[in-house]
Design a protein around this ligand. Structure first.
Ligand code: BDP
Length: 707
């Protein structure tokens, strides 16, 4: 009897654990029954079935999505119907059910309209668009409304993406590894393709479609040209076929020397007729496999990659050659502006601008210059790249990094939307006040109108896709900001929490706070006050301000922080490298003066004495210490808040986040102690009173490398 009871109890506890287990695979498409009983009753009454006009692959995918989502959300049987009834959700792209005037036209190829309407005295919800993909975006938006418990009685929503290309850049290698990937191996199983098609490819495309991402560059910018061979193209084609119903186009990173390496030519000179012929034939071959292939992403003459400069040509020569080859197929070239040389004297920060600005106006219409958000390399904080605004006659595309190369890998909770938002909201003043980076990439301030945003993906084959449960929010945020670069990170966080976890306010508010503060917290314990590129050599994970030997001078941390007995920071003012002059006034003047330079970028632009008095009244040294210590304190507060969240979510994700936060706290302390002890060797000043002293000597931090 006792045994039976025990078995029963064990079974019960197993059941409850598995009921509440959530491995994160469903991402924000985590459809659960509406928790609020009143709202649930209302939804149940309002929605009785869905009616789909048409039968394309996209419409079938919509059907599959609704079949899955609606019964889960509404906790009732709800099906596709063959005629319009009271409570029908109508998905239509052809037939006009109500007079929308010119509005439908104005939403273009990818926008949508959602309306509460009455048709033949029947109350319905209409989701309509000009294309099936537009309708799919509308359906995902509609599901989001339910997932976030939004009232749906009087819906009147019109939404149009502000950017044309909304892309993920996968830095995936053909051997399955991912450059700067922290969530397992590549999703693409090249050894199985084209025969075996992992269902996960569909879920990947679905997730992208749900946030409006419409393209994926599937291979590393440090490209292996084999991707363009007959061996790989049939595999790439399969991915493109799976992604197509979800509106996700495939793009490839190409190697500029492919004509030599694959084609056996002696040169890859973009003006050489044989080279052009080779690219034409190769490109035509790709389009045979994939008729809607998106185009090429190119890293050229950067970090050892081949490029047009190898033949005395410039970036525009290279980009335009490929653009002309792609043009008849409607493809585009995304040409990266991430270039710098190994000069020990020329400030790296200047180089992208100096290389590209003179080429403004020289690029073909189907070329976008893809610019990293800041002038160096995805640091926890950088000023915006001065190229935004400086090339008014070029289509400029944003490149953000979603994978946390310099932000603690997948072990630190860092919500990146505030970083993205800070950049997008920055005013370039290129055409006077209000010339924000967002407006620049929306094409409002440029004569060329192709627009886009790319995010370097943080996705791998780990079960929850991104490693850290909260890293999913960065994929989500990228999609939302690519759709609308003026969206707010608070709104994005709020929606994501509701969709991914719960609509319980007691969970949402504290967790939203954690997310919104997390980036600043990380800046505090890694690179406060404008410090940058002081991470461990090559891995970029732990602290490495002491890195003073490297393959090239501008890979050393000491190159960037320039600490000495007098002070710390890189003088980029008019008396230093003069990087400030790449910005328009008044931004240039603000950055140039020690007094007006924002303190969170102070050491980016100035070499500042340790005893300099900050706005708080503290010396620079004390202020730096306080930032490092605050960073750790904030991680600890985050941990405390998270402890209180246990009742609201499944134990699996709760525990995973908790464990990762412990790791984050350990690493934050490591960062703080290592940096404070290191910089103290220059300042010679004591750590302010009341702050805990590092319990290990500097040598410990220098010798322990976090990988
Ligand atoms: C840096 C990465 C490197 C990339 C490079 C790039 O460390 O792995 O190849 O950027 O963007 O952030 O090309």
């Amino acid at each position: 009897m006792k045994n039976i009871k025990l078995v029963y109890l064990l079974l019960l506890s197993f059941l409850s654990v598995s009921l509440y287990a959530n491995d994160g695979y469903d991402l924000w498409l985590n459809y659960r029954t509406i928790e609020d009983a009143k709202l649930l009753a209302q939804y149940q009454k309002n929605f009785t079935g869905y009616y789909i006009e048409g039968n394309s692959a996209t419409m079938q995918a919509i059907d599959t999505e609704l079949k899955k989502a609606l019964p889960l959300l509404l906790d009732k049987k709800i099906d596709k119907v063959n005629s319009i009834n009271d409570g029908s959700i109508i998905i239509s792209t052809g037939k006009m059910y109500i007079d929308l005037g010119n509005e439908l036209q104005s939403v273009g190829k990818e926008g949508f309209i959602i309306r509460s309407v009455t048709i033949n005295k029947k109350k319905c919800t209409l989701i309509t668009a000009n294309t099936d993909i537009g309708a799919m975006y509308g359906v995902f938006h509609f599901l989001k409304l339910l997932q976030t418990n939004t009232p749906t009685d009087k819906l009147s929503i019109t939404s149009v993406p502000k950017l044309d290309l909304r892309l993920l850049n996968h830095w995936d290698n053909l051997n399955g590894s991912i450059e700067r990937g922290y969530a397992g191996k590549s999703l693409w199983k090249w050894d199985e393709l084209p025969g075996v098609v992992d269902p996960r490819y569909t879920d990947y495309a679905r997730a992208n479609a749900s946030i409006g991402i419409n393209g994926a560059v599937i291979n590393n910018v440090n490209s292996n040209p084999l991707i363009m061979t007959e061996e790989y193209l049939p595999k790439v084609k399969v991915l493109a076929d799976v992604f197509r119903p979800y509106g996700v186009k495939v793009y490839l990173s190409i190697s500029f020397s492919a004509p030599i390496r694959l084609g056996g030519l002696k040169t890859a000179d973009p003006l050489d007729p044989e080279v052009i012929k080779w690219w034409q034939a190769k490109t035509a071959e790709i389009y045979k496999y994939i008729p809607d292939f998106g185009g090429y992403l190119v890293k050229a003459n950067s970090e050892g990659q081949p490029g047009p400069q190898d033949y005395g040509r410039n970036h525009a020569d290279g980009a335009n050659m490929l653009a002309k080859v792609l043009k008849p197929h409607n493809g585009v070239v995304m040409w990266r502006a991430f270039v710098y040389n190994s000069s020990p004297t020329e400030d790296r920060v200047l180089q992208a601008y100096d290389s590209f600005k003179p080429l403004d106006g020289d690029f073909d219409d189907n070329v976008l210059v893809q610019i990293k958000n800041g002038p160096i390399d995805f640091q926890p904080r950088e000023p915006f790249s001065p190229l935004f605004g400086a090339m008014p006659n070029t289509s400029l595309m944003m490149e953000f990094q979603v994978t946390q190369e310099y932000l603690g890998f997948a072990n630190h909770l860092v919500f990146l939307a505030p970083l993205y938002e800070e950049v997008l909201d920055s005013d370039t003043y290129s055409k006077g006040k209000g010339s924000t980076v967002a407006k620049v990439i929306e094409g409002e301030l440029t004569t060329k109108k192709l627009t886009g945003m790319a995010g370097v993906s943080n996705i791998g084959n780990s079960r929850n896709w991104c490693g850290h449960p909260f890293a999913q929010s960065n994929w989500y945020a990228l999609g939302r900001l690519a759709w609308d670069p003026e969206a707010s990170s608070a709104d994005i966080a709020n929606d994501w929490i509701r969709m991914t976890f719960t609509n319980t306010e007691a969970f949402i508010n504290p967790v939203e706070d954690i997310m919104l503060n997390s980036r600043e917290t990380t800046v505090n314990y890694m690179t406060p006050l404008g410090l940058h590129h002081i991470m461990g050599y090559a891995s970029h994970r732990g602290p490495g301000p002491w890195v003073d030997r490297a393959a090239q001078p501008n890979w050393k941390s000491t190159y960037y922080h320039r600490a000495d007995k007098d002070g710390v920071g890189f003088d980029r003012s008019t008396t230093g490298s003069n990087a400030v002059s790449q910005y328009f006034p008044p931004v240039r003047d603000k950055f140039n003066s020690l007094e007006t330079c924002p303190e969170n970028l102070l050491l980016w632009f100035h070499h500042v004495p340790w005893t300099y008095e900050m706005k708080s009244g503290n010396t620079l040294w004390d202020e730096m210490c306080y930032h490092y210590y605050d960073g750790v304190k904030e991680v600890r507060n985050m941990q405390k808040t998270w402890e209180g969240m246990q009742p609201y979510i499944d134990s699996e994700r709760f525990e995973k986040v908790k464990t990762l936060m412990e790791e984050q706290e350990w690493e934050a302390v490591f960062w703080r102690n290592g940096c404070v002890l290191y910089f103290q060797t220059f300042s010679g000043m004591p750590i302010p009173k009341g702050l805990e002293k590092p319990n290990k000597p500097l040598s410990y931090y220098e010798e322990t490398i976090l990988r």
